[in-house]
Design a protein around this ligand. Sequence first.
Ligand SMILES: *Cc1c(COP(=O)(O)O)cnc(C)c1O
Length: 397
Amino acid sequence: MRLRKSARIQQLGSAIFAEMEQWKEEVRQQGMDIIDLGIGSPDLPPSAQVMDAMGKAVADPGNYGYPTSSGGLGFRAAVSRWYEYRFGVNLDPETEVLTLMGSQDGLAHLAMALADPGDMAIVPDPGYPIYHASLVLAGVTPWIMPLRAENDFLPMLDAIPTDIAQRAKFILCNYPSNPLSAVANPEFFEKLVRFAREHELLVVHDIAYSELAFDGYEPTSILQVDGAKEVAVEFHSLSKSYNMAGCRLAYMVGNAETVQALGELKSNIDYGVFEAIQQAGIVALEEDRQGTGPKVAGIYQRRRDVLIHGLRDAGWDIPTPKATMFLWAPIPKGWTSRQISREILYSTGVVVIPGDAFGKEGEGYVRIALVREEEVLKDVVTRLGRFIAEQKTKGRW
Ligand SMILES: *Cc1c(COP(=O)(O)O)cnc(C)c1O
């Protein structure tokens, strides 16, 4: 058999994650206790009511037929009520809400639904890996938009050449952002909507972390901008807000033509999310809306403080994020992101992700996920404190 992997797969850029798995395996074989702050998967369970609703729905024999690809109206209506409550945004559940098997599903397929091979789309660097990967899968040419600390990790829209803006089918943004933990204010979203109108392209906004915000900060939706629905869609997920990452439940809202196009593509690919999961999702959204659900943001805020304060005392000054479950930590001069991530893992057992895993602009940083309890993070501070002290004696910090 002359089987080989497609060129597409080879361009996906998952090599660095595979390499890290090897590092971890080696360290594990040396008998070291690993603390994995690499993965972005919440370590907490959903609320008891959510799990209970799922259990009941699982026991209902009526829930085992094929669901519909676009999602039941019950779940889409719950999404619409939640958007109204949280952002004051009115959405028609029939035409402006599409249920997804995780945002990953929608983000992976969107380029295929909206663009043809040879078309162009604008994506951020650093960025969540699926943004770039989805373009590779669709044969769409990426135009890379660098996000840099000196501009608060917001894109310089004025620096995008006019011909690129005219040619691109969509521009993708993500605030609060993974891996940068950067946030955007309403003025930025207004500017982005103006930019989209001017160049007649779609804005795709990923707002997966809107509910993981700290110190009273409340992220806003791009759909709060007047007329945004004409030019924008937003992806939101139950994975992070309600600790339901394993359920694979998310949605895209906003521009009806885009909802229709992605829905049409997906109806050829999948038959939707298991009804029991949608039932659990409705409970999670309703609990949140009624203020009876668990507040996960506070837990991440305390974890953030343990690491930020502890590491600052040890000599690693990391900016305090206003949101998300990540620290985007600048590394000392003289190291590459990969070198220091490897060295930290081999000498302390702590897993962090080299920033360049999210694009070449991520060089000079590592991402640390707040996915273990405070006690474990105190241990991380101790281990990294020893590492930093040792590097200082060698003049490497
Ligand atoms: C975790 C995450 C999501 C959510 O993905 P799901 O497929 O819904 O679990 C979306 N966007 C970003 C940037 C994320 O980090």
